[in-house]
Write a protein that binds this ligand. Structure first.
Ligand SMILES: [Fe+2]
Length: 280
């Protein structure tokens, strides 16, 4: 009797395990898809009449995107922004990384470009970050390290600030002093976990990256497994967040899984973010 009961159970188990294994094998390429995705965000404000379009490019880490970086450049050209914002970790380690330099050189010829550094530009030493800043300025990029720039386009103006993180207290103090309540104030700050503090400082929109979407996402349950600065199950990994009348947009970033990092991006495609700021 015992042996006759075991046979159907074993067959059922075999079928179940085979089905799960097949689903897993077939699902891996889908889950680990690292092709470029594009997200559109519209922000409305009563502080301007027209509209201004921004391409938000974060966490490139020198990742190649096709021949001559056409994979990114052509998408941005199609959107035709009024400016490009680099949200930090453009370079993985130091000045000289060719894909990031080529991307910047091409885009700066087409659009005003603004850039605040991330943690990776300071990865090796502060002097490396200084070299990146000076070379980017020589190319024509507006490096915002405690600096502010008024961008005028289509009859509207936005005020763009940028810092190397809130630990750069003097930079933050300077930008904060230059926020104008009657203007739309944008802050580039690489670190999304600093948004709760920044949301009360007069910035209408904060742009961050850094979290890389939390690397592993299992929608709709896990919106990111880990982010440096936020730990496990981070709060700020992708999309829009709101607090005290201020908005945070977090890009999942453009770095694909590096070869030296065994953890792949899961349900977490690299992301280019197109932002339209519209007057009400
Ligand atoms: Fe990064």
């Amino acid at each position: 009797m015992q042996s006759s009961n075991k046979t159907p159970m074993t067959r059922k188990k075999f079928i179940l395990i085979s089905a799960l294994l097949s689903a897993f094998i077939i699902g891996i390429p889908f889950a680990c898809n690292e092709t470029l995705s594009v997200s559109d965000c519209t922000v409305t404000t009563d502080k301007m009449n027209g509209s201004i379009k921004l391409a938000f490019v974060s966490d490139v880490h020198n990742t190649p995107y096709g021949r001559n970086m056409n994979g990114l450049v052509n998408k941005i050209k199609k959107f035709d922004p009024d400016a490009v914002i680099f949200g930090g970790d453009l370079f993985d380690n130091e000045w000289g990384e060719p894909n990031s330099i080529l991307l910047t050189e091409r885009l700066v010829k087409l659009y005003p470009c603004f850039y605040s550094l991330g943690n990776h530009e300071f990865h090796k030493y502060d002097a490396g970050a200084d070299l990146i800043k000076s070379n980017m300025r020589a190319i024509g990029v507006h490096v915002l390290d405690g600096r502010t720039f008024d961008l005028y386009a289509n009859g509207s103006t936005v005020r763009i600030h940028g810092i190397d993180g809130v630990s750069s207290a003097d930079q933050l103090k300077n930008c904060r002093s230059l926020t104008a309540p009657d203007m739309f104030n944008i802050l580039i700050n690489h670190y999304p976990e600093e948004f709760p503090m920044l949301s009360e400082m007069g910035f209408d929109l904060v742009l961050s990256g850094h979290a890389h979407g939390g690397q592993i996402r299992i929608p709709p349950f896990i919106k990111g497994l880990f982010s440096p600065g936020q730990g496990f199950f981070p709060k700020y990994t992708s999309g829009e967040y709101f607090s005290h009348g201020s908005e945070l947009i977090v890009s999942r970033g453009l770095q694909r899984s590096p070869r030296d990092l065994l953890i792949p991006r899961v349900f977490n495609r690299p992301e280019l973010v197109f932002i339209t700021i519209k007057g009400k």
